[in-house]
Structures are given as C-alpha cells and as structure tokens.
Design a binder for this molecule. Structure first.
Ligand code: HEM
Length: 172
C-alpha cells in the first residue's frame, strides 16, 4: 500500500511527537480519556432519547428530553477535537485502516439521524407525544444501530491497524 508522505510529515511535527512520546499525564492517554468522556455524552444521551421513543420507560415524559440534544452536541464537539489530536499522534495508524472509514461513516449517519430527530420530532411543537413517537420510531432505531456501529468500529481501531507509524509494519 502506498502510504502518502504527508502522514510522515505530520508524524515528524513537534505536536505529534509530543502526543506519542510525552510521559506527561496530559499526553496520548489523557486525550483518549477525553475521547471516552465525549463518546459517553453523545452516545449515552442519544441512547436515552432513542430507547424512550422505542418504548422503554413509557412513564418518562418525552418532550423535556429535548434538552439532551445539547449534551449530544457537546459530546460530539469533544470527540471531534480529541479525535483530531488522536489522528495527529498516529495519522498512518488510523488513515491506512479501513476500519477508520467505517467508523467515520457510522458517525456521519448517526449525526445526520440525530439532527433529523431534533428537527422533525422535537422541533415540531404541533406534535403530541404519540405523534412524536410515531414519527421518530424508525429514526430512533437507526440511530442506535449507527452509534453501536461507531463505537464498535472505534474500539476495533487499535486492534485492526496494520501500520503504527510511517514505514513500520505490525509484527513483521
Ligand atoms: C462521536 C463520535 C466518536 C465515537 C463514538 C468514537 C469512538 C471511539 C472509540 C470507542 C475509540 C477506541 C478508544 C480506545 O481504544 O480506548 C476511538 C478511538 C479513536 N478515535 Fe474516535 N470516536 C468518535 C469520533 C472520532 C473522530 C471525529 C475522530 C477523528 C477525527 C476519531 C478518531 C479516533 C482515533 C484516531 C482513535 C484511535 C486511538 C488509538 O490509536 O487507539 N474519533 N474512538
């Protein structure tokens, strides 16, 4: 596989080397911790809304859950920021791994569905709870599928990567 030279250029930068090699607590694993916190906010809040629409905890009023969308966007912002730092640390490792593109596809589909739910279900004030559930059911089910896909593909990234750094091959 021809690995683009730009990956090597990024890996040679002070920031990339620091993220990979620093013994500081604020290095790579601190970023990964933030990545996990961001994920728990966006995926956790989405799951609460999706499961409520799909009939779990029917006694829980649905309309006030609209506030959870703010938590989802904050979680996503944390994961895009921390994700870009993780990518800067190991661009070859992530960008030569097909699993990374599978993960980004799931994230794109999940965010698209999250936006549709917030506009078409929670954004339409004329809908009562029954109508919100009827309109949101399919979107809620797909949202769960896409987030489970994103988290699974994310978790498998470090297990499925073939290169660690530019020119290095795992275990050869
Ligand atoms: C909300 C969306 C996201 C979710 C749910 C998610 C989920 C995950 C998970 C579960 C891991 C594995 C963590 C571990 O090994 O402990 C991971 C790692 C990673 N994520 Fe994300 N992620 C998201 C967004 C992003 C974005 C936007 C990027 C890039 C721009 C990104 C880049 C990475 C990278 C490079 C790693 C690998 C870290 C390593 O080398 O071990 N992620 N992500």
């Amino acid at each position: 596989m021809a690995v683009p030279l730009i990956f090597n250029t990024i890996e040679q930068t002070a920031l990339s080397s620091w993220l990979r090699e620093s013994t500081s607590v604020f290095g790579f694993y601190f970023i990964l911790l933030f990545h996990t916190i961001g994920m728990s906010l966006v995926v956790g809040a989405s799951a609460v809304v999706d499961l409520r629409i799909l009939g779990v905890a029917p006694a829980l009023p649905l309309k006030p859950l609209k506030r959870l969308f703010t938590i989802m966007w904050v979680g996503l912002a944390i994961n895009v920021t921390s994700g870009l730092f993780l990518l800067t640390a190991y661009p070859t490792k992530a960008l030569t791994n097909p699993d990374f593109y599978i993960k980004m596809t799931f994230i794109g589909l999940a965010v698209f569905t999250m936006r549709k739910l917030s506009i078409q279900v929670f954004g339409d004030k004329s809908l009562d709870e029954m109508a919100m559930i009827a309109r949101g059911k399919t979107m809620a089910a797909w949202s769960l599928v896409f987030w489970v896909g994103a988290v699974s593909a994310g978790r498998l990234l470090s297990e499925t990567s073939k290169y660690v750094l530019y020119g290095h091959l795992w275990g050869s």
